[in-house]
Design a protein. Structure first.
Length: 180
């Protein structure tokens, strides 16, 4: 077996963008909305995932904490500096704001009439707002009611729930790959 077959890359070989390069780069037409997410680690992880996929923005709503905070920073690893973000006291206000800007609103939630993520086909050129909810209560029913679609991640085990940051990674990867 060849010991050099999978040499790990050094950090300087990864081609990482600077914060300034990130800001100037073309963005994946997705905004992430966090509806009353309580875990600071989840918030930081979502920022990091948003950075990894060149998301347009993260919108923090309700009880969702905002940067700067050391527990957000711990998992975001600097992504709160590269990814634009804003805060809305009420998630419904954020949804109305995004709808006025022409976004298609997608609640990531288990709901009657939801579309399985594997069957959802995003339209090229469309801007999407992905709404992820509270770790226990999910996306609020009022916000689900305002959504254009509910997208459900297929699950096959006993828990039927993913961590918010895992859900964000799954959905962003899927939509990113479908729109390439």
């Amino acid at each position: 077996m060849d010991d050099n077959r999978f040499r790990k890359l050094l950090n300087e070989e990864l081609g990482r963008k600077s914060v300034e390069e990130y800001r100037k780069a073309g963005k994946f037409p997705v905004t992430i909305v966090l509806d009353n997410v309580r875990s600071l680690n989840n918030i930081g992880s979502v920022f990091r995932t948003a950075d990894g996929f060149l998301a347009e923005e993260v919108i923090l709503c309700g009880i969702t904490a905002t940067p700067p905070h050391r527990d957000i920073r711990k998992t975001a690893l600097g992504a709160t500096e590269s990814v634009p973000w804003r805060y809305f006291e009420d998630t419904r206000e954020a949804v109305l704001h995004l709808r006025e800007k022409g976004y298609r609103i997608l609640a990531i939630e288990q709901a009657e009439g939801s579309i399985s993520l594997d069957r959802f086909r995003p339209e090229k050129g469309m801007h999407y707002a992905l709404i992820f909810g509270h770790e226990i209560k999910g996306v609020s029913q009022e916000v689900v009611n305002m959504s254009d679609h509910c997208i459900e991640i297929p699950q096959f085990g006993t828990k039927h729930s993913f961590n918010i940051s895992v859900s964000a990674g799954i959905v962003l990867w899927d939509l990113f790959m479908k729109t390439r």
